[in-house]
Ligand binder design. Structure first.
Ligand code: UDP
Length: 501
């Protein structure tokens, strides 16, 4: 025994396997980089397109002396009838490609499973959408940590709905009747229509989510990009309800993306490494820098969503009517008739009231600009964490996935969000029926950016949370301690394995 310990190399190797959508890749890669900062040997497995979204950060970390690399596996596009290069989910993914991408991922399972063994992983950290990796880890006798994207509140709420079925007491989707989410630390209410469709009524996705739930229980534990001071009650609740271990490690983005090059390149292949001076040339930055502190509203709906023209009209009118300067991230193909957004852009450019960003915005850099005073968000968890980091209150406009639960955290628990009042959950690749009217948007923006006591208090709370976020990742902070504890635990497990063999 003693000699095994003497020879024991306690550096641990962790393999990270991100899912193939931007908002799942981003936190997984940031978590991997946090581990590399703390002396862990890190390999991230990804297909070429997924890897292109983060390779520059990995290269920079590697040149900073960290033990981190990407292992690229070829995506079997031809075998599943996809054109070359289509291997990730984003706003452009056509509905008929979804099943094909899923099939391609399935074909890769054997190869990745073998890699876990060949690369001698001491632990795997894999996305929730790879439930099969729980079995792979069990076979190898190593721990699997599952990355659950979203808030602890959202995953606690999911558990509550699955366990107690409170929505079943409501007779039909088409009512405004609310039900409470049983067993949670706060009294939180929703309507049936705000629940994901697969929770309301079983469909193909329900089975996948059940499999994920099962693998969550069979994993060594779950990691979240969250922090204790943000939603500690829900972190405790989640662990108790699931009976599993869990660590909050965030805000991971703030932790590893400290310089401008990391911030600018994050999550997007086409943005090259650039220094601060070069950034000054960018129009968006010049425009923001010309605006007073906290005066600009940032409007973004994430990497996956899209709107019909009818909704774009309402947003555009609301932004003009709100009286606040704004920066709005729009997608080329949002503009169905091809002219509306361009005309709008010309108008707001002339009045100097607004700035449109087409396609991909360097969101981390924008949110930290002192001119930004608030954000309209679809409640994607990454955007929420980034806004909290930046100390910004939010107008909440949830759409799909677990976003309606995240809205509850912002509006009802933390009280740093103003609900625009969305009534209906929809699939990410569909428009849904609902069009949120201009007046509701103007009202919510008014509360977010206004001078009334409620607004001022809300923004103060948001700034306090930003301070708490910074403390969480400092030495002695909650997330910092969690990372060190988790690494220590993984080292002990490695030693146990070494002693057993
Ligand atoms: N993002 C960005 N620029 C964009 C759109 C998105 O940098 O134009 C980033 C954003 O900072 C966040 C992620 O992409 O980190 C989106 O994740 P989120 O969970 O907010 O939403 P989703 O894309 O899943 O809807």
């Amino acid at each position: 025994m003693e000699s095994a310990k003497e020879e024991f190399d306690d550096k641990i190797k962790i393999i990270f396997l991100p899912f193939v959508s931007t908002s799942h890749i981003i936190p997984m890669v940031d978590i991997a980089r946090v581990f590399a900062v703390h002396g862990v040997d890190v390999t991230i497995i990804a297909s070429p397109v997924a890897a292109s979204l983060f390779q520059s950060s990995v290269d920079r970390d590697s040149s900073r002396g960290r033990s981190i690399r990407t292992h690229v596996v070829k995506f079997p596009a031809a075998e599943v009838g996809l054109p070359d290069g289509v291997e990730t989910f984003n706003a452009d993914t056509a509905p008929d490609m979804i099943a094909k991408i899923a099939k391609g991922l399935q074909l890769l399972e054997k190869e990745i499973d073998k890699l876990f063994e060949e690369l001698e992983a001491d632990c795997i950290v894999t996305d929730m959408f790879y439930p099969w990796t729980a079995n792979a880890a069990a076979r190898l006798g190593i721990p699997r940590l599952i990355l659950l994207v979203g808030s602890y509140l959202a995953h606690s709420a999911l558990h509550s709905v699955k366990t107690y079925g409170p929505h079943k007491d409501i007779e039909s989707d088409h009512t405004n009747d609310k039900f409470a989410l049983p067993g949670l630390p706060h009294h939180l209410e929703m309507t049936r229509l705000q629940l994901p469709d697969w929770l309301r009524k079983p469909n193909g996705y329900t089975y996948l989510m059940e499999t994920i739930r099962d693998s969550e229980r069979r994993s060594y534990g779950a990691v979240f990009d969250s922090f204790y001071e943000l939603e500690g009650e829900y972190q405790d609740h989640y662990k108790k309800a699931m009976g599993t271990k869990s660590w909050s490690l965030g805000p991971v983005s703030m932790w590893v993306n400290q310089d401008a090059a990391d911030k600018a390149a994050r999550g997007h292949a086409k943005v090259e490494q650039r220094g601060k001076e070069q950034e000054e040339e960018y129009g968006w930055l010049k425009w923001l820098n010309s605006k007073p502190e906290s005066s600009v509203l940032y409007v973004s709906f994430g990497s996956m969503s899209k709107f019909p023209s009818s909704q774009l009209f309402e947003i555009a009118q609301a932004l003009e009517d709100s009286g606040h300067d704004f920066m709005w991230v729009v997608k080329k193909k949002d503009d169905e008739d091809g002219t509306f957004l361009e005309e709008f852009e010309k108008r707001v450019k002339a009045s100097n009231k607004g700035y449109l960003i087409w396609g991909w915005a360097p969101q981390l850099l924008i949110l930290e600009n002192p001119a930004i005073g608030g954000i309209v968000t679809h409640c994607g968890w990454n955007t929420i964490m980034e806004s909290v980091n930046a100390g910004l209150a939010m107008v909440t406009w949830p759409m799909f996935a677990e976003q309606f639960f995240n809205e509850k955290l912002l509006v009802d628990v933390l009280k740093i969000g103003v609900a625009v009042g969305v009534k209906e959950w929809r699939k990410w690749q569909e428009f849904g029926e609902e069009v949120v009217k201009k007046d509701k948007i103007v009202n919510a923006i008014g509360l977010l950016m206004g001078d009334g006591e409620e607004s001022v208090e809300m923004r103060r709370r948001a700034r306090e949370l930003s301070d708490a976020a910074k403390r969480a990742i400092e030495v002695g902070g909650s997330s910092h301690n969690n990372v060190l504890d988790l690494i220590q635990e993984l080292k002990s497990l490695k030693l146990d394995r070494a002693n057993r063999n």
